[in-house]
Ligand binder design. Structure first.
Ligand SMILES: C[S@@+](CC[C@H](N)C(=O)[O-])C[C@H]1O[C@@H](n2cnc3c(N)ncnc32)[C@H](O)[C@@H]1O
Length: 349
């Protein structure tokens, strides 16, 4: 795998879903759907480990259109590739990039890694813990989704630094290790830490992911980590649950535990996530910049009522508020998991 990311000039991050990336006896099956708002694809292309491997026509997906009625063109979003096995190579792991094309020109992409040994290598958390962080109880979807998000984080880190130069990485709000587990499977990896306010999730990680260092932390800073402990901190779908003052407190705390020039990669629910909600959500969001008053009951009994929320925030709000604490290096709509926005930041010296 690359330690420095490829760049895709002019090719936008798409929205969609890999429903299958399955190496099997006949070859690699890659299927799913993909959309770029306002764009009609004429075909899809599959890159396997960086090389062009197959083409697919655009398949009709009325089921996708039914779930997202406000997205024009969602019914023309399906792709389906079967890459036959070359020689005796069993193709057990690798990387796929699906490109949405207009004519011959790629305009959008979706990427993930795949591995045939995912079930064997990654222990399955109890259903209750998977549902709590990902709203899914199916282990294959949970693990493949974690691998896809890991790919996005890994690529984003590699756009900024050689991954191998990272000494310590923290997955802040790691839950039951959906993404952390994939960092732990990397052959050349930093010391990997995970922390969360959910004691049951952390106990499961401590028991089942022994290569990582996991700790339960309090809902408000400080954490026990000394100043400048980490080179990289990721926070996947954590700020998406914290109201604005709590976000500020945690941005300051993460800044404290990063080395100067360290990276924070964090996600938000931005305008795109709001667009998929009933129309009034986006209207309100554009008026106020942040919507952080709705409570989320998913952590009932884990944290005090009112702490855990459903938060949307515009890119303008995020850039304005977060740049008071961090230097913003990159803002990518739908940059993680094809849905949440990704903000890559650097701590100040
Ligand atoms: C939607 S889940 C995402 C979990 C994990 N990042 C993943 O992608 O699977 C949000 C997680 O953030 C944790 N969390 C909420 N507030 C937190 C805080 N202040 N510090 C650390 N973790 C927090 C929750 O307990 C939960 O595990």
């Amino acid at each position: 795998m690359p330690t420095l990311a490829e760049s895709w000039p002019g090719v936008a991050q798409a929205w969609g879903c890999f429903e299958s990336v399955s190496p099997g006896p006949d070859g690699l099956l890659v299927a799913g759907w993909m959309q770029l708002l306002g764009q009609d694809f004429s075909s899809f292309r599959l890159m396997l480990n960086g090389k062009s491997a197959a083409a697919s026509e655009v398949y009709l997906r009325p089921d996708v259109a039914e779930v997202y009625p406000r997205v024009t063109g969602a019914d023309r979003s399906g792709f389906h590739f079967m890459v036959p096995i070359a020689g005796t190579d069993p193709m057990t792991s690798g990387r796929v990039d699906v490109l949405g094309c207009v004519g011959d020109r790629p305009v959008a992409r979706m990427s993930t890694r795949f591995r045939a040994d995912l079930d064997r290598l990654m222990p399955t958390p109890p259903t209750e813990l998977m549902v709590r962080v990902a709203s899914v109880g199916d282990p294959s979807i949970f693990k493949a989704g974690g691998l896809k998000s890991f790919t996005d984080f890994y690529d984003a880190i590699c756009r900024r630094r050689d991954f191998r130069s990272t000494r310590r990485l923290l997955d802040w709000g790691c839950g039951c290790g959906r993404v952390t587990a994939h960092f732990l499977l990397e052959p050349e990896r930093p010391e990997v830490f995970g922390c969360d306010i959910d004691g049951a999730a952390i106990a499961w990680c401590q028991e089942n992911l022994p290569a990582g260092i996991f700790s339960r932390i309090n809902p408000m800073p400080p954490t026990p980590f000394p100043d400048g402990t980490f080179d990289v901190v990721i926070g996947y779908s954590v700020f998406t649950h914290l109201e604005r003052e709590t976000q500020r407190a945690w941005l300051n705390e993460i800044h404290r535990v990063l080395v100067p020039g360290g990276l924070l990669l964090a996600t938000t629910q931005g305008q795109f996530a709001a667009f998929l909600e009933p129309p009034q959500v986006l209207d309100q969001l554009e008026r106020f910049g942040i919507l952080d008053q709705d409570f989320d009951s998913m952590l009932a009994g884990v944290v005090s009522d009112g702490y855990y929320r459903v938060v949307f925030q515009t890119s303008d709000y995020t850039l304005q508020e977060w740049s008071k604490i961090f230097d913003i290096l990159e803002y990518t709509e739908r940059g993680i998991g094809n849905y949440q926005d990704l903000i890559v930041m650097s701590s100040r010296g």
